[in-house]
Design a binder for this molecule. Structure first.
Ligand SMILES: [Mg+2]
Length: 231
């Protein structure tokens, strides 16, 4: 067994329950801006938003679009699909409100805090995230996760993002460790797992659903609790 000294951990949907927190925030936006005027139901709006958001994140992770475009377009798309007579400003307002609202939601992935409590005395921990700095910082402090980490490394501050090799090399450098002393925990097969592997870092894929993934990680777990058997 390798001797790891540093653990790198993703934030969204690995520690912080992005899916639940975003869903609740979208429900807030739906009520607050009376979106039932435009959509058959919340589920209808949610389906359109989610479809477009997923596409946009894939493009953002490939550096094909800016975050400004992503923020704007994911809320413009649902309105376009229902031919709603709304302005771009309206979409932008909802988009900004949504982002700030998500950061106030408290839900974490089951066992997230317990895992960090377990890892903290044994390893140096770095939080490594592709999200937007201002938003990610708020999430981390609102959910009281900051004190667990030696480093909080956000792509916007680094100037490149996971899976870029330069991002992982930067994280190694910050920790002053060789790649074989580090391991990356994340839920995204492309950005977290393939990215870490390209820099020679072992990986733990947190993969709670039953869908198959093409990408083979060093370890794959269905719950965060299982990680305590690996590390
Ligand atoms: Mg993630």
């Amino acid at each position: 067994m390798k001797k790891y000294t540093c653990v790198f951990i993703d934030l969204d949907d690995t520690l912080w329950d992005f899916r639940t927190n975003a869903y609740l925030s979208l429900q807030d936006m739906y009520a607050k801006y009376e979106l039932k005027r435009y959509f058959g139901s919340f589920e209808h709006f949610f389906r359109l938003y989610t479809f477009r958001n997923k596409q946009l994140w894939e493009r953002y992770n490939r550096n094909e679009i800016t975050k400004e475009y992503l923020h704007k377009e994911r809320f413009l798309y649902p309105f376009r699909q229902v031919h709603a007579n709304t302005t771009e400003d309206f979409s932008e307002k909802i988009g900004h409100d949504f982002l700030m609202t998500t950061t106030t939601k408290p839900h974490l992935i089951p066992f997230a805090k317990e895992l960090l409590e377990y890892l903290q005395p044994k390893y140096r921990l770095s939080l490594v995230s592709n999200g937007f700095s201002e938003v990610q910082q708020r999430k981390i402090s609102n959910s009281h996760l900051d004190h667990f980490f030696d480093h909080i490394i956000l792509s916007e501050d680094v100037g490149c993002q996971k899976p870029d090799k330069r991002f992982f090399d930067f994280v190694l450098q910050q920790n002053n460790v060789p790649a074989d002393e580090a391991i990356m925990i994340g839920d995204n097969p492309e950005t977290d797992i393939a990215g870490a592997r390209n820099s020679g870092i072992d990986q733990i894929l947190y993969h709670p659903n039953t869908l198959k993934t093409e990408i083979q990680a060093t370890f794959t777990v269905k719950s965060l609790e299982e990680i305590t058997k690996i590390l």
